[in-house]
Design a protein around this ligand. Structure first.
Ligand code: SF4
Length: 290
């Protein structure tokens, strides 16, 4: 009996098995196949580096923006936000307690300013809502930061907390946002074409209005990535880490990669960033950010 090559795991005429995964999984593969392998396939999973400060800031900010909508309307105030920031704060990855305290104050200010521009009376349709999308080839599951109802149409909102201010082009090209829009339209049986990236520190909103055609193209893109992943995963199941499909893809991202300690090619890209290097330079006395 001959062994069937991993990429031909189905018999002719049989439907292609569904590839199940999240948009993050698809994007991890595009960023770097080796990182994808370490994150999703290797077991035991290689130890990831400790959490960085900007990740702590991002998680805390998302949690505050989630819990804000559970507050009764009369508590949706700056004091209510301050209390949420206090209870959500994650004191991990900062240089010292002073830097952590300064950033906690900063998050309180930027979230308060961001929410001032929001309609606090209009409850979103969903907060950190899990959604799924199934086609003939993929089953995608993910979680949306916020889903709004704007005059009968659904709008997918994703919060951004990093240094980079997203552009309309980022919203247009985002695969996860497009997949979420398709999933929401199917789940709620309502139009959902608009996707938005809300940059919390600046209050900037980057947006794109998809068409049926552009959403179809995004679904096809996801199916194409999933097709590559199906072959790669099967090859890994057959030959493990010896598989040639998981080549490293060194780039500027290596300095931030959680698995850099297990990747000589990534280490060759330059020194690792400090735990707090992802925090944007702080305006006042805090100048030692990198
Ligand atoms: S360090 Fe760079 S090349 Fe290595 S796994 Fe991470 S992202 Fe990929």
């Amino acid at each position: 009996m001959t062994t069937q090559p991993a990429e031909q795991e189905t018999f002719a005429g049989m439907p292609t098995p569904l590839y199940s995964g999240s948009p993050s999984r698809l994007m991890a593969w595009l960023d770097c196949p080796r990182r994808y392998r370490m994150q999703y396939l290797d077991r035991p999973r290689p130890a990831a580096r400790p959490q960085r400060a900007h990740t702590s800031v991002g998680i805390a900010t998302h949690n505050v923006l989630r819990d804000f909508w559970d507050l009764p309307p009369e508590q949706r105030t700056p004091a209510g936000v301050a209390e949420l920031v206090r209870t959500s704060w994650i004191d991990v990855g900062f240089r010292d307690p002073e830097q952590s305290a300064a950033w906690r104050m900063r998050v309180r200010e930027v979230v308060t300013d961001y929410l001032r521009t929001s309609d606090r009376e209009r409850q979103p349709v969903g907060i950190e809502r899990s959604v799924s999308l199934k086609t003939e080839q993929v089953a995608i599951t993910g979680r949306i930061d916020r889903l709004d109802d704007r005059d009968g149409e659904l709008v997918v909102v994703d919060y951004k907390t990093g240094r980079q201010v997203p552009t309309d082009d980022d919203a247009r090209t985002s695969l996860p946002l497009a997949l979420y829009a398709v999933a929401c339209a199917r789940m709620f049986r309502r139009p959902c074409r608009r996707v938005e990236l809300h940059h919390v520190p600046t209050g900037t909103v980057a947006a794109h209005e998809h068409t049926e055609e552009s959403l179809e193209r995004k679904v096809a893109e996801a199916e194409s990535i999933a097709s590559d992943l199906r072959r790669a995963d099967a090859d890994y199941a057959e030959v493990g880490v010896e598989s040639a499909r998981f080549a490293p893809r060194p780039s500027a991202l290596c300095s931030w990669c959680d698995f850099r300690a297990h990747c000589p090619e990534g280490q060759a890209q330059g020194p690792e960033k400090s735990d707090w290097a992802g925090l944007e330079p702080y305006a006042s006395t805090d100048r030692r950010d990198s």
